[in-house]
Design a protein around this ligand. Sequence first.
Ligand SMILES: [Ca+2]
Ligand SMILES: [Ca+2]
Length: 91
Amino acid sequence: MTDSTSNNGKSEGWFGSLGDKVNAIAGGGASSETKEDKLDKSIDWVQENILGQGKQDNESATEQFKDEQMSDFLRREYKNTTGSDFFVKDK
Ligand SMILES: [Ca+2]
Ligand SMILES: [Ca+2]
């Protein structure tokens, strides 16, 4: 009766898996999560358990970039405040 939207989600199967691959190349996905350092993982933990942003074990490249930005920021702030390097090494 009204206009059909039956096309929606039709190509999600192959596009979804292609998207995952592109994501991994761009630095996202579950395999990249394992490359994050302890501080990035702490940020993920806070995002998941305190901010309630859901599972952080398979993020997009954009989200992982944000994790990295946040950990870099924390490291800079820590060094500015204490004058010494953060106790968790950057990867
Ligand atoms: Ca995250
Ligand atoms: Ca992450």
